[in-house]
Design a protein around this ligand. Sequence first.
Ligand code: ARG
Length: 303
Amino acid sequence: MFTIDCIEDLDFRLADLPRCALPTRVLVADPEHFDLEYAINPHMRDEHGELQRVDRVLARAQWQAWVDALRASGAAVDVLPALAGQPDLVFCANQALPVASDVAPGGVARVVPSRMAHAQRRGEVEHVVASLERMGYRVDAPAAASPIEGMGDGLWHPGRRLLWAGIGPRSSRAAWEELAERYRVPTLLLELVDPDFYHLDTALALLSETTCLWWPAALSEKSQALVRALFSRAIEADGGEARRNLACNAFCADGRRVFIDAGATRTAHELAQAGFEVTALHTGEFLKSGGSLFCMKLLHGPI
Ligand code: ARG
């Protein structure tokens, strides 16, 4: 069994796990067709229950500022072309799980297509997978079990051969169990218990090998204990900012520089106090769809 869901079954320490490289390539998706056409998470409706309305010009500007900040940080950024009829494509962390060459058995980088929980997003998968294939990934079969939403719920531990996997609204325990066995990767299963935090990446950001940012109440108590056991420093986000600004959808690729929504000022302050270099960016139009910086990109490699 490669999956663990409680500290009683934890039979390794981080330091026992093989090291792996920090990924450096980032895929983003052109937001040309970004919009709100359906509601599949609670953030997508306003207080009256109506679909949120997006300012698409502002959305484009926010997205461009994000891409510019990624490039300025030194990341190699590839842009996935737009796809008509898929208003959520911009959240390109969700359609596939890359398994880097230093993680996949046999040393060949693999990509596992997602099995999206909602029919509205299923048309995005092939588009994202095909682009990863062109970059050199070998495409493996999707999990037989459904659903599973790639790096919305599957977070690679920085620098160690370990996967954190959310189970709940968008990904199933059975699917993660299958992939953990298939790639022989130790996988820590975390139960999501609050509908506002419907992907693991809305509740937990892995900032470095030793530090995470999280909103503990989004996880069951037994899952919280796993996070506390593996991270020597777990920084708690401000609760309101975690829910409204998706503060835990922050992104850090190098263990030092964190990108976070500009409205999450208290959380940003905590991160700065902890020694991180914080870049605040406006993601308000995307928050209306239930996403922010982490899910508006796919961090991947080495291939
Ligand atoms: N509207 C999208 C959905 O509900 C947002 C996805 C955001 N992605 C994420 N990993 N949090 O699927």
